[in-house]
Design a binder for this molecule. Sequence first.
Ligand code: F6R
Length: 606
Amino acid sequence: MCGIVGYAGPGDCTDVLMDALSKLEYRGYDSAGIAVFEDNAITVEKAKGRLKNLEEKMEAGHRPKGHVGIGHTRWATHGEPSDINSHPHGNKRVSVVHNGIIENYIKIKRFLADKGYEFSSETDTETVAKLLDYYYNGNPGETIAKILRKIEGSYALGIIFSDFPDTIFAARKDSPLIIGVGEGENFIASDVPAILKYTRDYYLLEHNEIAVITRDSVSITDLDGEPVSKELQHAGWDEEAAEKNGYEHFMLKEIHEQPEVLKRTVLPRIMDGMPFLDECGITSDMLKSFRKIYIVACGTAMHAGLVGKYVIEKLARTEVIVDIASEFRYREPVIGDRDLVMLISQSGETADTKAVLRLAKEKRAVTISVVNVKGSSIARESDFVIYTHAGPEISVASTKAYTVQLSIMYLFAFQLALANGAITEKECRELIEELLSVPEKIEKSFDVAETCQYIGSKLINADSLLYIGRGLDYALSMEGSLKLKEISYIHSESYGAGELKHGTISLVTDGMPVIAVATQEDLLDKTISNIKEVKARGAKVILICKETTRVADDIADYQVKIPAVKDALMPMVAAVPMQMIAYYTAVLRGCDVDKPRNLAKSVTVE
Ligand code: F6R
């Protein structure tokens, strides 16, 4: 949700900022802008829309030349996408880029208006720039500390003052920000991919810290000006990992990375053929002490939690409640110190999920997070963290992060089931063996690409479609439906197959596509009956099932057969055709697959 960058070094600042912003465009693409010191004065260039609009505007007009500056790519919250609402905001003296939301901006705006300030944009960020200008006393650190005590909400800020043409200032609260440390050059960025071309070393800025960055120094203080010492972090992946590597889209690349990232996530959590979450501090004794487990997350991550619920309840016999974070946080949930609250988040920065984590801690529940981005807020604030090792997920539509989240759900369920005595050691070993076979099965499932592309060509003119399934297939079909609608813009809904006839079947008319997922042996006959019901009403049925499943040819119009593993683990393999159908449908409809409209990768506002 908005990306910010900053550069101080010998290179061409505009080039570096534009390159770094291109790595953060997944965080928002409503507008882009930069502020660069040119001949010791702040020069601002900005444009509505994608980064390329800014590039074209500068090519046709003026391209700032300098060595220090800040940049922004926007996901609009306050004020429509427009040139005027684009960041940076400020005046000749101070310029600001911001990721987050200033909740008390109206109050600040009134205060400043009384002092004679005029506002040109509808943004909350402009109030920060003007507040800095109002309180500026020649000492940027003091001024920033002063205004941080006055603003409420979430922010990562990059700031430059015309009096300090070799320096960037940065601060954060509840929005991510890193300080990249290079050789003779330093950076700020919302996320690691922005700096990987230049350095893999960085500091994590904490809440209410202020960083002062020049080309050869980084100093960090708290709001009282006391120096803070930090451990230098090192990114575990390089620039190549954040590039497309010959794939047409990041989404397709990330779908194909799934076997590899699954191995990377699962293998360190297996010891002598048994689940071993102890490496994350999670012991079997601790697991069996919980009365209830809540899994809370948003979007795709919540869908991973739903699979977790089915598997944990079935294998470990512990009650699991799954909820979306934006609902959970406001419904006064009954949680206490005997409960476990598990948060799942790729980015580790999702505002609602983070709020649930804080609520759970307030209620003294034990918190475990399943997070992909190392050092992110959710990872740092939870009692225990299980990192997924998916590497950078750039495509806005999540794919590999989902499958690795599933793998953690399984490991967790196995370890808990064993701790509860609900499965034997032998059964656990068999499950682990099966889990280890999944990457290879996913590799084989890539063979369905052509079939999925063909199916995509049949879906491109659909107005709406249904996904149906039972049990784990229902949990997975929710994810399939989300994937399709978010990138192809075709409306779709997911239903428990048995629920259709309680209302939704009235939507089924001649030619309506219905994607039926039927990978669960014990529910197969029931799902087949539901398929017959929609088929009898004219639906065009696409059936996703195991290659070992034998069904009559006329059950479905198209069949997608995938390699089989134990039923409990099928969602990981069956996710692939779901992702591919969504991908190819979107590509064939000419959609911007990696950057679907209105979305951003990391939702840091509620
Ligand atoms: C959909 C998608 C989103 C995210 C959701 C949570 O493809 O990616 O639904 O899953 O915004 O994000 P994280 O996992 O970063 O908390």
